[in-house]
Design a protein around this ligand. Structure first.
Ligand code: FAD
Length: 495
């Protein structure tokens, strides 16, 4: 396998492949393996020469876990992106470098099937599935990790030897704990996943057409927008409250609205508008569902709003969902995202905090995004997979992005203070309690491990994994005792 060093014409392109340009790495060399054996050889070489090694699949990491100046060897999975049906395991197998778009394209065109997963088609399955992975269809179908049947991992044993292992969810599999850990541990913890197999829980038999859920026949999207100029504090409160109340009422798995997924974008005033976007798979009932949703959330404001409803075939949507979210410039993002799970809607005082930060006169771009959660996700027990949050109604995020480097300091200060004040009653972070349930590891935020921003006394690991952390630590002890795979928020081996 060829070493790609800084003098190679491919180096810059590969070194710069990442969503969040806030972080910059400069590995000594990059490998592009094409087989699991090559991944193992690359890891072995790094371990033997005591070089810090990391893996990258899609490059959509929000923190600097891959683009880290301390990283010396980068293993990029881009050339391992095959997706097919594996009759031996009666499951679909995807190599870790495949993107979500490519997986859904293959599943749909060959079998009319779908892997419920995250929102952007260029996210890599490699770093995505093992973080639980929610998306547009999660209320109806659950998390991507809920469909994980098996994975192949290149790990390093206690003697420093790299080796490949396959772990499945079969009860009698001696490596079942390793499978369990990969249903929510997040990327870069135990080794390098080279392949994932997917099969819906409870399905046996070897018919690829029934292995995964059927894709929706169509998607009906909605986009609603209010001019910020029309919004006063009372209207802002009403909107946030209505959305919270609707999410609480319809997060139950038996809600007639689990096919509807909705996003409220409480943008900063500088962006000019507040928005709602969402979709339903309800086909001929779609318009009726959207109307009912808007009647509960948007209409009571009594303010004019723009409204756009479109029906799209599934694959067209999956490969280019809400294009305006992913505009040119998106590939050059510098961003910070601070995530939280909610079990109950925001209180009045939290909504007042949001209004204060979103209407304040500051040179920032960003906002508070709120995504409906629950439904099928909440039918799974917290310990059945490593994705512990199974009774949340919303996943929210304070986020900001900037173009010019001079925007970094004010944007970071604004978003950090905003989030800290939202959760001021619990030390600045969403501790697991009646209202909040921690944070999502697929949206990592190193501030949660920083005592300046987390004064709750609850460690970052509890925020991400709740009660599942000790078990994840046992798995770390067994499979990566030397801590070869680590980053700022990685799992620490049990003592
Ligand atoms: C625009 C955008 C939209 C997003 N939308 C969603 C969403 O809807 N739902 C959701 O759940 N998440 C979402 N995310 C978060 C995303 O799922 C995570 O950032 C995920 O880790 C990205 O995986 P990747 O392979 O693309 O990233 P990478 O940057 O390649 O990797 C991310 C982390 O995983 C590790 N990793 C990568 N490949 C492997 C592997 N093969 N084996 C082991 N570890 C690996 C890396 O070392 C790193 O620590 C979004 C992120 C962005 C930037």
């Amino acid at each position: 396998m060829e070493k790609i060093t800084p003098t190679d014409i491919r180096y810059t392109d590969l070194a710069e492949k990442r969503f969040n340009k806030r972080f910059i790495g400069k590995p000594d060399y990059i490998y592009l393996p094409t087989t699991t054996a090559e991944v193992a050889a690359a890891v072995q070489e790094a371990v033997t020469h005591q070089k810090r090694v990391v893996v990258r699949s899609g490059g959509y990491c929000l923190e600097g876990f891959v683009a880290d100046p301390a990283v010396e060897v980068l293993i990029d999975m881009s050339l391992m992106r095959n997706v097919e049906y594996d009759a031996g395991k009666a499951a679909f197998v995807a190599e870790a470098g495949a993107t979500l778009g490519e997986i859904n394209r293959k599943l749909f065109l060959n079998w009319g099937a779908v892997l419920p997963s995250g929102e952007h088609p260029n996210i890599g399955v490699g770093g995505h599935v093992l973080g639980g992975a929610f998306g547009f269809l999660c209320r109806e179908y659950g998390l991507a990790a809920d469909y994980l049947y098996a994975l192949e991992l290149v790990a390093v044993d206690a003697s420093g030897k790299a080796h490949a292992v396959i772990a499945t969810r079969e009860e009698n599999d001696p490596h079942r704990e390793l499978w369990w850990a990969h249903t929510g541990c997040g990327g870069g913890n135990y080794g390098i996943v080279t392949r994932y197999w997917f099969r819906a829980p409870g399905v046996d038999g070897s018919d690829p057409y029934t292995t995964m859920p059927k894709a929706p026949a169509s998607i009906t999207t909605f986009r609603i927008g209010w001019d910020w100029k029309d919004i006063n504090e009372a209207a802002f409160h009403r909107l946030a409250k209505n959305f919270g109340a609707w999410s609480l009422e319809h997060s139950r798995p038996d809600s007639p609205f689990i096919q509807l997924f909705s996003l409220l974008f409480l943008n900063h005033r500088n962006i000019g508008k507040l928005e709602m976007k969402g979709l339903t798979t309800a086909g001929e009932n779609a318009i009726q569902q959207i109307d009912a949703h808007l009647a509960a959330v948007a209409e009571p404001l009594g303010l004019p709003y723009t409204r756009q409803i479109e029906q799209t075939p599934w694959l067209r949507f999956a490969l280019n969902p809400f294009p305006e979210l992913f505009q040119p410039g998106f590939d050059n993002a510098t961003a910070k995202v601070k995530d939280a799970f909610l079990r109950k809607p925001f209180s009045d005082s939290q909504i007042s905090t949001a209004y204060k930060y979103l209407s304040m006169d500051k040179p920032v771009f960003g906002g508070l995004g709120m995504a409906t959660y629950g439904g099928k996700v909440n039918t799974i027990a917290p310990g059945a997979t490593a994705s512990a949050q199974r009774d949340s109604i919303l996943d929210i995020a304070c986020n900001t992005g900037w173009g010019d480097p001079s925007g970094e300091a004010p944007s970071l200060e604004w978003v950090r203070h905003f989030y800290r004040e939202l959760f001021a009653a619990t030390g600045g972070v969403p501790v697991p309690n009646e209202q909040t349930a921690g944070s999502m590891i697929n949206h990592p935020d190193t501030d949660l491990a920083d005592p300046a921003w987390n004064k709750s006394g609850v460690p970052w690991s509890t925020l991400y994994y709740n009660d599942n952390y000790p078990r994840l630590q046992q798995v770390k002890r067994k499979w990566d005792l030397l801590n070869i795979f680590h980053h700022a928020l990685s799992i620490q081996a049990a003592e």
